[in-house]
Every structure is written in structure tokens, then in C-alpha cells.
Write a protein that binds this ligand. Structure first.
Ligand code: SAM
Ligand code: FES
Length: 350
């Protein structure tokens, strides 16, 4: 036992972490020590989820956005982005083919696009739930009022993903224009929880100006919020954003952080993200072996895939949904896991 492995055991047992322990687990370590961390995380995930991996069908239904986040390829300031919107019929047809492929969760993600008014959005959610009552609908459409969130929930939305991006005020201000605030982002997450959604927060790993201190604040915020899902993936630069010359986030740090989050939040739904799969061809498998238990293949029509580019080099922009499912199923099985057939709710909601 050395300091690293002792720290893994302490964090695992205490389900808590100090800043020093975080620095240790994200610091210098050999491959055996890293494997010790990943094994500990995997054991916890396996005990709760029995080697199941949950698939979420991601429908990127609009790349219009009124925000101008400095890191994001579909920010409104990016004049080079070719914009698109999917109609309600197109969204429903993605869900129909997804359901036929075995998906039991649809994630509707998009920029903050005023075209989709609360009424339009609620109608879309209602239609999906009418046609697929056994499926969960997750929304990921940014910051809205309590009233709007309530309306979507009343229409049948089950879950909501809203990464907080960073829990540090100064860091937040370096990633976003003045019109956006961390306080509002946090308020949205509390509103969503209060309404009764399964809620996901999260961060980009290695975003510009991120430090151990800010990651520690992120974890403290997560502990306070008690999320059902945590989305983390490496920051990857996009050529048409102010962060074009910034360094990409590290795969290794992302994997370690996934494992740490699993030690701290045994029951949380934790995706191995497309960004992780973009940064490393085997990133998603490595993520699952470090404690992740969700994959989010793309269900968007192939014609628009190449336009929802948050970062450069995004994978799976050419394949049909069916191909993605076969590919992911194989990847999951090759590492000794299996794709679940259930909706994959958080254990407290099941
Ligand atoms: N508009 C919604 C929102 O703000 O939550 C959903 C869409 S937004 C594009 C989804 C997530 O993509 C963001 O929360 C952010 O963490 C991630 N993202 C954006 N740009 C990225 C980049 N360059 N590298 C990695 N992830 C990125
Ligand atoms: Fe709006 Fe990225 S800036 S989705």
C-alpha cells in the first residue's frame, strides 16, 4: 500500500474527499496504482448495476443557440456553423426508429433555441410519451424558468441534463460571456430537482483555467446538489471558437475523475461520453472500466450529424443509428458488460 492506494481506500470508505486526496488521485501515479483506482470504482458500479450499461438515444434536434459560451462550437458567434432544426415529425421518427432498436430513453438536446417555445417543446414531449409510454424522455436544452421546467415535466419529461460547467465563479466567468451566471445555472438545477426530475450536472475535464481547486469546488457542489446523473468528458477545442488554441482535456484525468465520482456517488448514472470516445478510440470502453455505466449513441438523422459540432473531430457523424447500436453493443460485450433493456432510471426512481 502506498499513499495513492491508501487514498483510494479512504475515499471509497468515507464516500468523501479532501482537496489533498483529490490532488493525490489526480496527481502522479503509475499504471498499477491507476488500475487500483479503476478497479475500486468498477467494483462499486458492478455491485449496484450488475455489469449493465444503459443506452440513451441522443437526438440533437437544433444547433441554433442564443448563447455564446466560449468553448462551444455551436455558440451564436460562430458564423461558420451551418444551422439546422428538426421538425416535430423528424424528432418523432428518430424516436420511432430508436424504439425499434431497443432504446428506452430519448435525450433531446439542443442549443437554447427560441424557436422551440415552451408550448412547442411540451407538445413534442407529449407526442413522444404518447407513442412510447415505456420510454423516458430526457431534455437538455439549457437554462429556463421554473415555470417552463414545470411545464415540460407536466408534459411527461422525466430527466434533465444541465452541466453546471464549473462551480467556481471566476472560472465560470472565463468560460462564459457576462450575460450568463453561475448563480442562475445552479438555481436551474435546484429548480429541476425540486420539480421532481432526475437531474444531471457536470463539467468538461481540462476546460481552460480549470484547476484542482475548481474541480474540488465542482465535487462539493455535486455533493450539495445530489445529482442523479453526472456528465463529464474532456474539453476538446473547436477551431471557430475563442478557445481554438487551448489544449484539449486529458483522457487520463477524465478516467480518473470518472472513477473518483463513482467512489463518491455509487448509484449515479455516469456516461462515458462521445467526447471521451473522440479523444481516444477506446475512450468509452476505458470509461466503463473506470466506473461509467451509460453510453449515449446518436439517433439524429445522418444528414444533420455533421452540423452539431461542439468540438473538432467528433466521432460517429456518418453512421446510421442502427450501425452505432451494433458497434456499441459489441464494444460493451467485448469488455464483459451487457447493454440493459430497461429504462435505466436512477435506483432511487426505479
Ligand atoms: N444548450 C444545452 C446546455 O447548455 O446545457 C445543451 C447543449 S450543450 C452543447 C451540451 C454540453 O456540451 C455542454 O454542457 C458542454 O459541457 C459540452 N460542450 C460544449 N462545447 C464543448 C467542447 N468544446 N468540448 C467538450 N464538451 C463541450
Ligand atoms: Fe449554446 Fe453551446 S453555446 S449550446
Amino acid at each position: 500500500m502506498n499513499e495513492f492506494t491508501k487514498t483510494v481506500d479512504a475515499v471509497r470508505q468515507g464516500r468523501n474527499i479532501t482537496k489533498e486526496q483529490l490532488a493525490c488521485l489526480l496527481g502522479q501515479a503509475g499504471s498499477e496504482e491507476e488500475e487500483y483506482l479503476f478497479t475500486a470504482a468498477r467494483e462499486i458500479a458492478d455491485a449496484v448495476f450488475h455489469k449493465q450499461v444503459f443506452l440513451r438515444g441522443l437526438i440533437e434536434f437544433t444547433n441554433y443557440c442564443k448563447n455564446d459560451c466560449y468553448y462551444c462550437g455551436i455558440r451564436c458567434g460562430n458564423r461558420a456553423a451551418e444551422r439546422y432544426r428538426l421538425s416535430e415529425d423528424e424528432i418523432l421518427s428518430c424516436c420511432d426508429s430508436g424504439a425499434a432498436l431497443g432504446f428506452r430513453t430519448f435525450v433531446l438536446q439542443g442549443g437554447e433555441d427560441p424557436y422551440y417555445t415552451d408550448e412547442r417543446m411540451s407538445a413534442i414531449v407529449r407526442s413522444i410519451k404518447d407513442r412510447h409510454p415505456d420510454c423516458a424522455v430526457t431534455l437538455s436544452i439549457g437554462e429556463k424558468s421554473h415555470e417552463s421546467y414545470q411545464m415540460f415535466h407536466d408534459a411527461g419529461a422525466d430527466r434533465y441534463l444541465l452541466r453546471h460547467e464549473t462551480a467556481d465563479e471566476e472560472h465560470y466567468a472565463k468560460l462564459h460571456p457576462k450575460s450568463m451566471s453561475l448563480a442562475h445555472r445552479k438555481q436551474c438545477l435546484y429548480d429541476l430537482k425540486e420539480i421532481g426530475y432526475q437531474v444531471g450536472c457536470g463539467i468538461m475535464v481540462g476546460s481552460p483555467y480549470q484547476t484542482i481547486d475548481t474541480i474540488y469546488e465542482d465535487i462539493a457542489f455535486m455533493q450539495e446538489l445530489g445529482p442523479h446523473m453526472i456528465g463529464i468528458g474532456p474539453f476538446l477545442a473547436h477551431k471557430d471558437t475563442p478557445f481554438r488554441d487551448e489544449q484539449n482535456g486529458s483522457v487520463q484525468t477524465t478516467l480518473r475523475l470518472l472513477a473518483i465520482l463513482r467512489l463518491l456517488f455509487p448509484k449515479v448514472l455516469l456516461p462515458a461520453t462521445t467526447a471521451l470516445g473522440t479523444a481516444d478510440a477506446l475512450g468509452r470502453e476505458k470509461g466503463i472500466l473506470a466506473g461509467a455505466n451509460v453510453l449515449m449513441p446518436n439517433l439524429s438523422p445522418v444528414s444533420v450529424r455533421g452540423k452539431y459540432l461542439l468540438y473538432d473531430g467528433k466521432i460517429c457523424t456518418g453512421e446510421e443509428a442502427a450501425e452505432c447500436v451494433v458497434c456499441l453493443r459489441n464494444r460493451v460485450e467485448r469488455i464483459g458488460y451487457r447493454v440493459a433493456e430497461s429504462r435505466g432510471d436512477h435506483p432511487d426512481f426505479a
